[in-house]
Write a protein that binds this ligand. Structure first.
Ligand code: AKG
Ligand code: FE2
Length: 233
């Protein structure tokens, strides 16, 4: 498929107030580099695992940076895995998060009249994410509709996708049901949600096996990185 054609079919857009989708934001080289980092992080000090929610192990496997997340709190040590402290949040990922916010400000934001701040609610220079949940989806993995609400801060969430395309359901802030929109997040896509959409319910009802582009660094499955500001000290 021609890259340009694909982007024309998938224009960047504001999905809801404060929620921005930028298809094809990462180059294949960047995707492959992040996929290689994912493999390193997965090995430990806290190995990747499915978090246990109400006695059930999630089908999505997660490894964390900066702070360790388990249902439903953040700690420095992975008390539900092996007690080890998680890896530090990398400085380069802070810069990447700021670049992501700058992207939605300058490209999407300019069209709708934002100057210094994104509608996601923060100037990018101030954005300092301190945790990342790095999720791995195999062919059968799903994530139910939920809010990201264990952070004290309401700074935006920056999401990056690598590997297989998935269906991403982005809903409302009231409940898990309608209204929601289904979009297909593909390898290299950026999604940012903040401001009035920060507490929107969202989930992953489906992964499309075998759709990862050649050269993205993953033969199978999907990796998603969500950066957040915990607001914890
Ligand atoms: O995989 C995704 O795109 C979303 C992940 C997510 O919602 C989460 O980790 O809280
Ligand atoms: Fe989430």
């Amino acid at each position: 498929m021609l890259f340009g054609e694909e982007l024309m079919e998938r224009p960047r857009r504001e999905v809801a107030p404060g929620a921005y989708w930028v298809p094809g934001w990462l180059t294949l080289e960047q995707q492959a580099w992040l996929a290689a980092r994912f493999r390193e992080w997965s090995a430990g000090p806290v190995p990747i695992r499915g978090a246990v929610v109400n006695g059930h192990e999630m089908s999505v496997k997660t490894v964390c940076l900066g702070w360790h997340w388990r249902p439903y709190q953040y700690t420095r040590e992975a008390v539900d895995v092996n007690g080890n402290r998680v890896l530090d949040f990398p400085d380069w990922m802070v810069r990447l998060g700021r670049k992501a916010l700058a992207e939605v400000r300058s490209e999407v934001g300019a069209e709708v009249g934002f100057a210094e701040e994104t509608e996601a609610g923060l100037a990018e220079a101030e954005y300092t994410p301190d945790t990342a949940l790095v999720n791995y989806y195999d062919d059968a993995a799903r994530m139910g509709m939920h809010q990201d609400r264990d952070e004290v801060s309401r700074a935006p969430v920056v999401s990056l996708s690598i590997g297989d395309t998935c269906r991403f359901r982005f809903g409302n802030t009231e409940n898990r049901g309608q209204p929601y929109q289904d979009i297909d997040l593909a390898s290299g896509d950026l999604f940012v949600f903040g401001g009035p959409s920060r507490l929107a319910y969202h989930g992953i009802p489906k992964v499309y096996p075998g759709t990862a582009p050649r050269g993205c660094g993953l033969d199978r499955g999907r990796v998603n990185i969500t950066m957040r500001v915990t607001g914890l000290a």
